[in-house]
Design a protein around this ligand. Structure first.
Ligand code: HEM
Length: 123
C-alpha cells in the first residue's frame, strides 16, 4: 500500500497502543542506564509513561490528550546535559527498533525529539 501524505506519523507508528508499548520499552531502557536513571528516582513512573505516551501521540499528529506541563517546565532544574539527552534519544530509537518500526519513521520521531532539545538541556 502506498503511504499517503494524509496519513499522520502517529497512524504510521500504529496508533496509541503501539506508542504505549514503545514507551514501556523506552523507560525500561532509560531506567537501566546509569547515566540517567537517578534523574527519575522521585518520579511516579506510571504517570510518567502515561504523560510521555500522550505527548508522543500529540507530537506525531495524533489526538491531543496531553495534560502535563510544558516540556520546558517539566525539565527545569534537572540539569540535564547534552550527553544525557543523546543517551535518552538513543534509548527511544532503540525502543522503536525493538518493535521493528521502519528506519524512516524512527528518523522522523527522533527529529521531533531533537527539535525540543533546547527546552530540555540546561548544561
Ligand atoms: C525532547 C525530549 C524529551 C521529551 C519530549 C520529554 C518529555 C517529557 C514529558 C512529557 C514529561 C512529563 C511532564 C509532566 O508530567 O508534566 C517529562 C518528564 C521528565 N523527563 Fe523528559 N522528555 C525529554 C527528554 C528528557 C531527557 C533527555 C531526560 C533525562 C536525561 C528527561 C527526564 C525527565 C524527568 C526526570 C522527568 C520527570 C520530572 C518529574 O518527575 O517531575 N527527559 N519528560
Amino acid at each position: 500500500m502506498q503511504e499517503s501524505s494524509q496519513t499522520t506519523l502517529y497512524e504510521q507508528l500504529g496508533g496509541q497502543e503501539a506508542i504505549d508499548a514503545v514507551v514501556e520499552e523506552f523507560y525500561a531502557r532509560v531506567l537501566a542506564d546509569e547515566k540517567v536513571k537517578d534523574l527519575f528516582k522521585n518520579t511516579d513512573m506510571e504517570k510518567q509513561k502515561r504523560h510521555q505516551a500522550a505527548f508522543i501521540a500529540y507530537a506525531t499528529g495524533g489526538p491531543n490528550r496531553y495534560r502535563g506541563r510544558t516540556i520546558k517546565k517539566a525539565h527545569e532544574g534537572l540539569g540535564i546535559t547534552e550527553e544525557q539527552f543523546m543517551a535518552v534519544a538513543t534509548h527511544l530509537s532503540d525502543a522503536l527498533k525493538h518493535f521493528n518500526v521502519p528506519q524512516h519513521l524512527i528518523d522522523r520521531v527522533i527529529e521531533i525529539f531533537a527539535s525540543l532539545k533546547d527546552d530540555v538541556v540546561e548544561q
